[in-house]
Design a protein. Structure first.
Length: 365
């Protein structure tokens, strides 16, 4: 399958504010969780005594940042700007967002033991999928399956749909996917169909929707045309000499094929070119010469043809006793038959002349 790899992506940005209390961000990005306080006029600006200020950020029962008695502390992976405290900004920054820092974060701010702010914000990672379509072939007018992979997304699910020449041929359907060891998800969408000649050089597309964004990967099909296979033997005058077999392959595509020779179920050692037909398919004839010993074994011979994307090779089988009859009387060619006929006529004429000459002598006496 030849991917043009035209990818259309509509993303919502690295950081998505779903609501004032819910924030999503792409993996490995920095994201700020807001927490703002309006101080009473009596403590604004330079009037603030930071020793009376107490601030904490708690997530999943653990304190990740705190400020008290004019001393700040943050856990690894978090930061804040304490110089902004005088402006009432106690926002916390998550550094290089990852799945293990997801959760509900609670910000509490008090001054002189008076609670000024307590708010929650939920943080989650939003990772769009990466699309890929394995390089695979489909077989003409044979049930085939295309597979589209969506890897590295979070959270589940995703929705797959398929297009042909811009038209939807399979509407969106949901796939939850499977979680990988790194915590992200992978999923696969399948399209089962019967490729026709009209599908050659037509653009197909796999479209994946995830959490309000979508991606589309366009590609061209590689279609295999199965050949017709005919197995024959080159005539030989000797029953004890080598025997050459040949295999005619017609109307196949693409040009690359692999032909193997099998006798009585055993693959014979490897002993090549194809011509193109007007319709774009190919034809070729492959030969294999059996040794006298192999010829003497007789039995069933097979010409098997393998092609890209074909699970079961196309083949033609025959018995050597039919291809190479050895017990029948030799068959005369046309020229040999003509020679024999002329010889017989000559013998008859000579006999008649001799008989006539002898008869005349007898009458003369």
């Amino acid at each position: 399958m030849q991917c043009k790899v035209l990818i259309y992506v509509v993303l919502l940005g690295l950081i998505k504010h779903v609501s004032p209390s819910e924030i999503q961000a792409s993996p490995n990005t920095n994201v700020t969780l807001p927490c703002h306080v309006t101080f009473p006029a009596s403590v604004e600006g330079n009037k603030m005594d930071q020793s009376l200020l107490n601030v904490s950020w708690v997530s999943n029962g653990s304190k990740v940042a705190s400020f008290g008695k004019a001393t700040a502390r943050t856990e690894e992976g978090f930061s804040w700007d304490t110089s902004s405290f005088v402006d009432g900004d106690f926002s916390l920054t998550i550094l290089r967002a990852s799945l293990d820092v997801q959760g509900v974060y609670e910000c509490t701010v008090s001054y002189n033991s008076i609670m000024l702010r307590s708010s929650n914000v939920t943080f989650g990672v939003l990772a769009p999928p990466t699309l890929s379509i394995p390089q695979q072939w489909v077989v003409l007018e044979t049930e085939s399956q295309l597979e589209c992979h969506a890897d590295g997304f979070y959270p589940p699910p995703v929705f797959f749909s398929w297009t042909r020449d811009g038209q939807v041929i399979q509407p969106p359907y949901q796939v939850e996917g499977e979680q990988t060891p790194d915590g992200y998800y992978t999923a696969a969408g399948n399209l089962t169909f019967y490729p026709s000649r009209e599908d050659q050089n037509v653009t197909f597309g796999c479209k994946v929707s995830h959490n309000g964004s979508y991606q589309e990967l366009d590609f061209l099909l590689n279609i295999t045309y199965l050949p017709s296979v005919r197995l024959s033997a080159v005539p030989t005058r000797s029953n004890n000499g080598p025997l050459t077999l040949y295999c005619d392959l017609e109307s196949f595509y693409p040009e690359e094929v692999s032909v193997s020779w099998i006798q009585n179920g055993t693959t014979l050692p490897e002993p090549l070119a194809a011509e193109q037909n007007p319709d774009g398919t190919y034809r070729t004839r492959r030969y294999y010469t059996l040794s006298p010993e192999q010829r003497g074994q007789g039995g069933k011979v097979e010409c098997a043809v393998s092609q890209p994307g074909v699970v079961h090779p196309v083949s033609s089988t025959a018995y050597l006793e039919k291809l190479d009859p050895q017990d029948e009387a030799p068959v005369l060619t046309k020229s040999a038959k003509a020679s024999v006929a002329m010889m017989c006529i000559s013998i008859v004429l000579v006999f008649l002349l001799c008989f006539g000459f002898s008869w005349r002598r007898r009458d003369g006496e």
